[in-house]
Design a binder for this molecule. Structure first.
Ligand SMILES: C[S@@+](CC[C@H](N)C(=O)[O-])C[C@H]1O[C@@H](n2cnc3c(N)ncnc32)[C@H](O)[C@@H]1O
Length: 241
């Protein structure tokens, strides 16, 4: 990534201009200026764990995989050609037309004939048949109705289907399971990220655990560009009973 593009992304993240009356308008206003350089900054430096999450997806011949808040569709690269090709259908859902435009061009360029892009909200998109896997990668924290998005994923999954999530978060002060974050982490990161319309929550993981049967949870820390502190993120794999 060139220095000019990097400065542009950093400036945009430091002084985001988020406007609009609907979530789709807000996301479009946030992403339109930098959608074309989104991958270069986020892929290796900010959004960690996505390759691992995709590696953990139980894809099988004939699977329908839905990526909610798919953005530029970069996660499909991590599937690799064999696993991508054996899926019956892969659906990339997003409310931002600019992000989805980058995804659509990636699909065309790569000749992925089983991958479609759908401009829709993660609370509205409905497949013709129940899906095998629904994934959210750094998307739930941007959805005001994240609980409705999780409920909707549950509704569109077949029994035994898989939900896969990776995102930033903070722990509860007294978590029932897993890692407990220090007070400074629990206060700093939600305040820091909310500036960019990213809302870290102590409730995402407990809600996912309550809605689905837990298969795997990994809780980790990741570096943040230009900052000396590391931010917590998790990977969650669960199944619908
Ligand atoms: C941080 S990006 C992550 C993109 C991609 N999943 C990734 O891992 O690079 C969040 C994406 O969620 C999308 N988004 C936000 N709210 C949404 C909603 N309610 N329904 C669908 N997509 C949404 C945004 O437009 C954006 O493309």
């Amino acid at each position: 990534m060139g220095i000019h593009s990097e400065l542009r992304v950093v400036r945009h993240m430091a002084f985001p201009r988020v406007t609009g009356a609907t979530q789709a308008e807000r996301m479009e206003s946030l992403y339109r200026p930098t959608a074309h350089v989104y991958d270069a900054f986020r892929e290796h430096r900010l959004l960690h764990g996505r390759r691992d999450l995709v590696g953990m997806l139980p894809t099988a011949p004939g699977s329908h995989l839905v990526d909610m808040g798919a953005g530029t569709g970069n996660n499909i690269e991590y599937l690799g050609e064999r696993r991508r090709g054996e899926c019956r259908r892969i659906t990339l859902v997003d409310v931002s037309a600019s992000m989805l435009d980058v995804a659509r061009r990636r699909v065309e360029r790569s000749g992925w004939d089983n991958v479609e892009t759908v401009l829709a909200s993660a609370t509205d998109y409905r497949p013709h048949e129940q899906a095998d896997i629904v994934m959210f990668s750094y998307a739930l924290t941007m959805m005001p109705d994240w609980f409705a998005a999780v409920d909707h994923a549950h509704a569109i999954l077949r029994p035994g289907g898989t939900i896969a999530v990776c995102d930033f978060y903070v722990s509860r002060k007294h978590p029932a399971d897993g890692v407990r974050h220090a007070a400074w982490r629990r206060h700093l990161w939600p305040a820091w990220f909310s500036h960019n319309n990213v809302f870290l929550s102590p409730d995402h993981l407990p809600y996912l655990r309550a809605r689905f049967s837990t298969v795997q949870v990994r809780e980790r820390l990741a570096p943040v560009p230009y900052l000396p502190a590391r931010v917590p993120y998790y990977l969650f794999i669960g199944t619908k009973d």
